[in-house]
Design a protein around this ligand. Structure first.
Ligand code: ADP
Ligand code: ASP
Ligand code: MG
Length: 419
């Protein structure tokens, strides 16, 4: 079998852990499999690199940022190869560019456009374990790019697709996808399987366990994959296409995104084209806008609206700059950025065929005295923006309402003691 195995940052967080990962890879190889390994930067390294850059420039040049960030994964591939060599396992490390990962030019959030895996095939044919740096690629002009935070998941899934792998494992520090982040909800249950669309919504709503773009890629190319622990051989959670029985479960999971910020443009003139202009500018700056709410603005002399939207906290400096540039043209009164928000979401394909879910969610929050600032829904998701401070309490309450009452726990969460 050809197996693609991804190991995330905490699984390779120290030299000792890299050794454990190497032992695990060696075991799979001794069973006669061909193995392609994708590794992330050691835990905390990417954050440190980002912090260092920001001490030198508040808005660092994004091309140089990618050159910097790619070093994190480059360190891990070499160390993992060395660890395998000391176990007498032949292994070769490859950067994203060497592995043939070609992306567009959007630095720090590049999309994979093509994979030309000749080098990978050649090294596999020679009997090597091939270790590929996750999270990075190169443009057709040879510039190093990165694939957005958590992007090693995408590298693994895209490689599994391009290589026609028989198995794709995302090995992490939890042993599967749970009904909620087990660090927030100790009663969370491990799911045996989950549909792409559910995983996509959970990931997009902040369940860090998978990068959402990687799930989108898996769905588009039909890559079935398993999320499992790098420390044990339990079966993990299978992420795959939807089956009929999945609709029997109304809510598959609840998630809390603490990395969003709410931006409000106060008293924007109420005329056609204004929202289009603002969100076009956001898109041009590669800022993902999530929830949007528009309200009548009180206190303005001419017809005006307050326009609020949420974005990643990390994009806030860039968004402020973009909005600042539009000030003369848009004539809004002021901009208010609120970083103390949390976005709580519930997700399940069963929502399509069950009613009353929204009411139950709002009742649960109100009984906990939690105020809702924004609401958005999709066919299989309801999200609300609430006060960040109350986020965890709200998540626990919502989990109790939808995922605990009348149920028996399938398994206890298993999280490695890494943080
Ligand atoms: P890696 O470094 O392996 O990429 P991440 O830290 O990105 O790992 O993702 C794993 C973490 O995701 C877990 O430690 C857990 O706290 C968090 N997480 C959030 N939501 C969920 C969920 N629904 N199921 C499992 N883990 C979750
Ligand atoms: N090292 C990158 C990050 O921290 C990519 C990854 O871990 O998947 O976001
Ligand atoms: Mg991750």
């Amino acid at each position: 079998m050809l197996i693609v195995q991804k190991y995330g940052g905490s699984s390779v967080g120290t030299p000792e852990r890299i050794k454990k990962v190497a032992e695990r890879i060696a075991r799979y190889r001794s069973e006669g499999h061909q193995i392609v390994v994708v590794v992330s930067a050691m835990r905390g390294v990417t954050d440190n690199l980002l912090d260092m850059a920001k001490t030198l420039a508040p808005l660092p040049n994004e091309r140089e940022m990618d050159v910097l960030l790619a070093t994190g994964e480059q360190t891990t591939i070499a160390l993992t190869a060395m660890a395998l060599h000391s176990l007498q396992v032949p292994a070769v490390s490859l950067t994203g560019a060497q592995a043939g990962i070609i992306t567009d030019e959007v630095h720090t959030k590049a999309r994979i456009q093509d994979i030309t895996p000749q080098q990978i095939h050649a090294h596999l044919d020679q009997g090597n374990v091939v270790i590929v740096a996750g999270f990075q690629g190169q443009t057709l002009h040879g510039h190093i790019t990165t694939l957005g935070r958590g992007g090693s998941d995408l590298t693994a899934i895209a490689l599994a697709s391009a290589l026609g792998a028989d198995l794709c494992q995302i090995n992490t520090d939890v042993d599967g996808v749970y009904t909620a982040d087990p660090r927030i909800v100790p009663n969370a249950r491990k799911l045996g399987e989950i549909a792409y669309d559910e995983m996509l919504e959970l990931a997009g709503a902040g369940a860090k366990v998978m990068q959402s773009r990687s799930v989108e890629f898996a769905k588009n190319y039909g890559v079935v994959f398993a999320v499992c622990s790098s420390l044990n051989d339990k079966p993990g959670t299978i992420v795959k296409g939807e089956t009929k029985s999945m609709e029997d479960v109304v809510i598959r999971g609840v998630t809390l995104d603490k990395n969003q910020a709410k931006v409000t443009l106060v008293a924007v003139p109420d005329r056609p084209g204004v929202a289009g202009r603002i969100f076009k500018a956001m898109e041009q700056a590669a800022i993902n806008v999530d929830m949007i709410v528009q309200n009548i603005s009180h206190g303005a002399d001419t017809p005006a609206t307050d326009l609020s939207f949420t974005i990643d906290k990390a994009d806030l400096p860039k968004a402020n700059e973009v909005i600042g540039r539009l000030r003369d043209e848009m004539q809004y009164q002021e901009v208010i950025a609120d970083e103390n928000i949390g976005k709580l979401s519930i997700v399940g394909v069963g929502m399509r065929s069950h009613s009353g879910v929204a009411a139950k969610l709002f009742e649960t929050l109100s009984s906990e005295g939690i105020n809702i600032m924004m609401i958005s829904t999709s066919e299989i998701k309801i999200s609300v923006v609430i006060d960040l401070e109350k986020g965890e309490k709200a998540t626990q309450a919502v989990h109790r309402t939808f995922l605990e009452e009348g149920r028996t726990l399938l398994s206890e969460p298993e999280i490695a003691e890494t943080r």
